[in-house]
Design a protein around this ligand. Structure first.
Ligand code: SAM
Length: 195
């Protein structure tokens, strides 16, 4: 069986993740926004042993990331197909799928702590900020917080008033005494280490 994907988003960041994973070797990850599991599969294949995957997989959830021509049902099926293949090839890796929004996930307060948190769910600035603030207490010291789509502008928001970068800049500015940026040439993502 082969992996099935309709999007190539993650591929631009993959070389940077290779460097990141060599340096930090995360074993436990919270991924907010998983889509078809391309990043999830990368993590399973690169030494991560435990992933909490949070995504509501609803058609509305795709609105803000401007996905067209796919159904939530199809995306969710491909997520399971792709991650099942990866787990079969990498025994010892476990993922827990939470079919809900990040807001619902954080309300559960499951208490798990992570080496890495990847924020790539709703791309509205207010939601990115909410995810960053809520995720902080679940990131271990020395762990890395990854934000996707720093350089992204929604077509329905041409002035960028709700772009992820607004939230990422606000959060990193407030958290500046408690984080260190992992410098990268990847224009799409931001990486911060918890001090
Ligand atoms: C850009 S895609 C994620 C891509 C994936 N991380 C990757 O790198 O391959 C964004 C995903 O976020 C999900 N999403 C949208 N709103 C969300 C929310 N409030 N909480 C969690 N996930 C959400 C969408 O369903 C969609 O699958």
């Amino acid at each position: 069986m082969a992996h099935e994907y309709t999007s190539r988003w993650f591929l631009d960041s993959e070389p940077y993740w290779k460097q990141l994973f060599e340096e930090f070797q995360p074993k436990s990850v919270l991924e907010i926004g998983c889509f078809e599991g391309r990043a999830t599969v990368f993590m399973i294949e690169n030494g991560v042993r435990y992933i909490d995957c949070v995504d509501p997989w609803t058609d509305e959830g795709f609105d803000d990331v401007c996905v067209s021509g796919v159904t939530a049902h199809g995306v969710k099926n491909r997520f399971h197909l792709n991650t099942d293949i990866a787990m079969k090839n990498n025994p010892g890796a476990t993922i827990f799928t939470h079919e809900c929004t990040s807001t619902e996930y954080f309300k559960m307060d499951r208490g798990a702590m992570y080496d890495m948190i990847y924020i790539d769910g709703s791309h509205r600035a207010k939601d990115v900020l909410f995810d960053a603030v809520c995720a902080w207490n679940y990131l271990k010291e020395g762990g890395v917080m990854v934000f996707d789509d720093y350089d992204w502008l929604a077509t329905d928001d041409p002035t960028g008033k709700q772009r992820p970068a607004l939230a990422i800049d606000a959060w990193s500015s407030v958290m500046q005494p408690f984080i260190e940026e992992w410098e990268t040439k990847n224009p799409r993502q931001k990486y911060y280490i918890k001090l």
